[in-house]
Design a protein around this ligand. Structure first.
Ligand SMILES: [Zn+2]
Length: 107
């Protein structure tokens, strides 16, 4: 897998393609799978499971492909050696705007 260039919007709203490198996927920590779609459950809930359910869980029967990295365990991240601080800052703003927009439409 190769890193795909990252699209960055400059102050004029033009998009530019920036060099990227491969980083560990923050969602699955590089494993490429998520158990139960990344659902988190408490120890208490887990203790109510039957023994065979727990076995299945630890065997990975409930694992699903990580959607963030498409199961590769790697994601494209800014190649910091080739980005300026201003570009990195702009990218971070862009990411937080995207996630706040998603939470608004998802509500
Ligand atoms: Zn992932």
């Amino acid at each position: 897998m190769q890193a795909t260039p990252i699209e960055l919007y400059n102050a004029d709203g033009d998009s530019i393609m920036m060099p990227a490198s491969l980083g560990i996927c923050p969602t699955c920590q590089g494993k490429g799978v998520q158990a139960l779609h990344g659902a988190a459950f408490t120890h208490e809930q887990f203790s109510e499971w039957h023994g065979d359910e727990r076995d299945a869980y630890f065997r990975g029967d409930y694992d699903t492909k990580c959607e963030t990295c498409n199961g590769t365990g790697r994601v494209s991240v800014p190649d910091r050696s080739q980005w300026t601080d201003a570009e990195l800052q702009q990218y971070e703003n862009q990411q937080s705007e995207a996630s706040s927009w998603e939470s608004r439409v998802g509500a």
